[in-house]
Design a binder for this molecule. Structure first.
Ligand SMILES: [Zn+2]
Length: 138
């Protein structure tokens, strides 16, 4: 057996066992969270229940990753009018972009600054939901 054959065997082994170690990585990742959660009552929990817990945690982790929401989206933003400095709490829409915003105090119609996608990004305290989600624009 020469070196080339050994190398080929190793590659074949990695590819052949991919079906086993890929889910293992996911279970390990979710299991870490699960183990932390049940650590206090570990002695009282039997192995089947522990495995079930780890399984559910992995499933939960997998589902939350699927939703692609690493952090909660902030919808409350305080818009400050650049003309009169009047500030007002607004709830941002998640499905639409606020391109125009009329200041309730001086009635000036605000438009996004150059490079911003909406008035919340330009005048609000937090960026608009699509920006928070990591999308380029809303
Ligand atoms: Zn104003």
């Amino acid at each position: 057996m020469n070196n080339k054959t050994i190398f080929g065997t190793i590659i074949a082994f990695i590819i052949g066992t991919a079906c086993c170690w890929v889910p293992m990585l996911i279970v390990l990742f979710g299991g870490t969270v699960g183990a932390t959660a049940v650590a206090s009552g570990l002695n009282a929990i039997s192995l089947p229940f522990l495995l079930l817990g780890v399984g559910l945690m992995s499933y939960g982790f997998y589902k939350s990753k699927e939703k692609n929401k690493p952090m909660p989206i902030i919808l409350e933003s305080r818009i400050t009018c650049p003309k009169c400095n009047h500030a007002k709490e607004e709830t941002m829409p998640t499905d639409a972009c606020a391109y125009f915003y009329e200041c309730e105090n001086c009635k000036v119609v605000l438009k996004p600054l150059k490079g911003d996608c909406c008035v919340y990004c330009s005048y609000g305290t937090v960026d608009c939901p699509p920006i928070q989600e990591g999308k380029a624009c809303c």
